[in-house]
Write a new protein. Sequence first.
Length: 144
Amino acid sequence: MSRHEEAIGDFNRALALDPRLASAYLYRGLCRLARSEYEPALQDYTAALDLDQDDATAHNDLAWLYATAGDAKFRDPAKALEHARKAAQISKEKNAEILDTLARALFVNGKIQEAEETEKKALNLDSDNKTFKDNLSTYSRRTR
């Protein structure tokens, strides 16, 4: 609902009560990313990973930030691919959004054919997702 500031306040209060609440870091990170607050989002995702190294969502969110940040100093294609692959491994490639992120990480690393194949896997899991279809179209145009 685009009430990011209010949500960030709620997550701050939750973390004041329980600083080991990884989900609060992840959701606060999403709010911060939506506001293009890359450094605080990166800190939140890292804090969540510090609490659980096998959290597929934390790896996925970090991968997305590194692959798509609007500020070039936060983009890191190699780290995006590392975290996206880890998220896909942890989720056993059964999560469409994680596969979509992996496809984007592959794409920004110039692995266009792999990106296209991975986006098709995401669409097999969520065939009605318009964003996935648009992404596949983008990747497919680049392989022609």
